[in-house]
Design a protein around this ligand. Structure first.
Ligand code: UDP
Length: 317
């Protein structure tokens, strides 16, 4: 197949691109590099079935005929979407529509990367796909949450009104190699801080929870969903739930670091807990994650060590 991947220079986009190329497809990767990083695609520079175009999906573009569109373009880490608030709203609305238009024109399949943020600060635990969420529509995080919720509405509309073969994944916290060391997420922050021997910055009292999925597991789930006939959202994430304090402790053990913890203010509307109910993915896709947090952090360690050696952690993506 000839496949368009938007957000191809990002953490997940680059891993998905690798997977699709390995399966024999040809890939056109698009990214405006606002948070993506060409380093993630450097190993593909001479790949005969890969082409990269630096472009913003909020501007109209024509990639030519494609068989499938994976739309992964969006800032995704809290500091980055807060820095790029208006752009984030645009890419989740105008950008999503442009990519759907491309899929409609080509009669192509379509998969949209949505997020557990659609559940906001959830009242239902664990979160299943039928829960409508508890989102503050005007808080600082709303630029991301509402962008993603609008994107879901747009995808469903193109499915219902134009018959596009759409799919939607709600991605829970994911980590692994290529997570930018300076993007501000908890795993990248803790790993880099631990390796530098600096205090680990715990936001709030650290008793909020997250469920962390290793990138290879996530990509497997996305690829299975793309091939399915399911049009409604499907959670892909690891149901293993950890407090941020437990996460910090595991990072200290995996890195062998003696760093202390430094407690700082909790960001506004930071969800108190997050855990995917993955019954639907298990049933429909016969998918479940295989790599648990400690093992995934061990697999990521050499990547973060390499970043430390490069000294690139200080720079933003
Ligand atoms: N967090 C933290 N220290 C950090 C970065 C994040 O304690 O240096 C917390 C953050 O408040 C949140 C959780 O870790 O409760 C996950 O944050 P992240 O930014 O990785 O993703 P989110 O799930 O909030 O989108």
């Amino acid at each position: 197949m000839h496949i368009l991947v938007t957000g191809a220079a990002g953490f997940l986009g680059s891993h998905l691109t690798d997977r699709l190329l390995n399966e024999g497809h040809s890939v056109l990767g698009a990214d405006n590099l606002s948070t993506g990083n060409l380093e993630n695609l450097a190993h593909l520079a001479d790949h005969p079935r890969f082409k990269f175009e630096e472009l913003d999906i909020c501007t109209s573009f024509d990639p030519g005929p494609v068989d499938y569109v994976f739309n992964l373009a969006s800032p995704a880490s809290p500091p980055e979407y807060l820095r790029l608030g208006i752009e984030t709203l645009h890419v989740g609305s105008i950008g999503v529509e442009h990519t759907l238009e491309i899929a409609a024109r080509s009669n192509a399949g379509y998969l949209h990367a949505s997020t557990s943020e659609c559940y906001g600060d959830p009242h239902v635990h664990p979160q299943n796909e039928s829960y409508w969420g508890n989102v503050n529509p005007i808080g600082p995080r709303s630029v991301y949450d509402e962008s993603k919720r609008f994107g879901e509405a747009m995808v469903m509309a193109y499915h219902r009104y134009h018959g596009v073969n759409t799919h939607m994944v709600r991605i829970f916290n994911t980590y692994g190699p290529r997570l930018h060391p300076g993007d501000g997420r908890v795993i990248s922050n803790f790993m880099m801080q631990a390796l530098r021997g600096e205090p680990l910055t715990v936001y709030g009292d650290g008793r909020q929870t997250r469920s962390f999925c290793y990138v290879d597991d996530l990509i497997e789930g996305i690829v299975r969903l793309a091939q399915s006939s399911e049009h409604l959202p499907v959670n892909i994430g690891n149901p293993g739930e950890f407090t941020i304090l437990e996460c910090a402790q595991t990072v200290l053990e995996v890195t062998g670091s003696k760093s202390e913890l430094r407690f700082v203010d909790l960001p506004v509307d930071d969800p108190a807990r997050r855990r995917p109910d993955i019954t639907k993915a298990r049933t429909l896709l016969e998918w479940e994650p295989r790599i648990q947090l400690r093992e995934g952090l061990e697999k990521s360690l050499s990547y973060f060590r390499g970043k430390l050696a490069q000294g690139s952690a200080a720079s933003q993506p």
